[in-house]
Design a binder for this molecule. Structure first.
Ligand code: CTP
Ligand code: MG
Length: 228
């Protein structure tokens, strides 16, 4: 069982407000980008790594690959305006057979065990995503007023990686482009093809670093891991 992975890394990190790409911020003195990359670099099942980058980060990213001894070949592609554009660019360079994973470079705590479980389900079904049951009560609000309380037991917070047969993800991206549909994750594009998507239960540690307080959560997760 092997897979290829696309790591979108071409964002600006606006909500983090660090004045640079948040993937360059360090956790335990190692950049977030390298934390994420190392998981896939060290996984023998990962046959190809494609990273979508912003041209302004290219030199710095390449220097980090050398500094942190990234031994596997990293295929760089130009990112686009939206995350979806970055992934579509990367998808055009993927081998056409097998399973492709898309994983946000901003989620450094993905475990090999969850990658394995997800990939296995995607091989059987064609499409699988990681998520966790929602912990909060979630309400629909319009103009400051509560419209309804959504039944929590059916709500899941969705993460990455998301895993698909390459041909299915390509079809979904081409359809989205044709229809000018912009989704917030890859599965929402695949949903529009009608192909069923299996939810695989992940882990609450697999956070995405989005706003400054996420750095404190990330440091706490690293501390916990160093004791286990
Ligand atoms: N990303 C990308 N290309 C874009 C936008 C985002 O490759 N045009 C990547 C980011 O680098 C990140 C992942 O997609 O690894 C998830 O996006 P997000 O968390 O929104 O990161 P940013 O877009 O960098 O942050 P912000 O939205 O706060 O600017
Ligand atoms: Mg963004």
């Amino acid at each position: 069982m092997t897979y290829q992975v696309i790591l979108p890394a071409a964002g600006q990190g606006k909500r983090m407000g660090a004045g640079k790409n948040k993937l360059l911020l360090e956790l335990n003195s190692v950049p977030v980008l390298i934390h994420t990359l190392k998981v896939f670099e060290q996984d023998n099942a990962c046959s190809k790594i494609i990273v979508a980058i912003h041209p302004q980060d290219e030199e710095e990213f390449k220097a980090l690959f050398i500094k942190y001894n990234v031994a596997k070949e990293i295929h760089l592609v130009d990112g686009g305006k939206e995350r979806q554009d970055s992934i579509f660019n990367a998808l055009k360079t993927v081998e056409t057979d097998g399973i492709i994973l898309v994983h946000d470079a901003a989620r450094p705590f993905i475990s090999k065990e969850h990658i394995y479980r997800l990939t296995k389900v995607a091989e059987d079904t064609g499409a699988a995503i990681l998520g966790v049951p929602a912990k909060d009560t979630i309400k629909k609000v319009q103009d400051g007023l509560v419209v309804e309380t959504v039944e929590r037991s059916s709500l899941w917070a969705v993460q990455t990686p998301q895993a698909f047969r390459v041909s299915l993800l390509m079809e979904a991206y081409e359809k989205a482009e044709k229809d000018s549909f912009l989704g917030t994750d890859d599965a929402s594009l695949v949903e529009r093809t009608g192909h069923p998507i299996t939810m695989v239960e992940g882990d609450y540690d697999n956070i995405k670093l989005t706003t400054p307080e996420d750095i404190y959560f990330a440091e706490a997760i690293l501390r916990k891991r160093s004791f286990s």
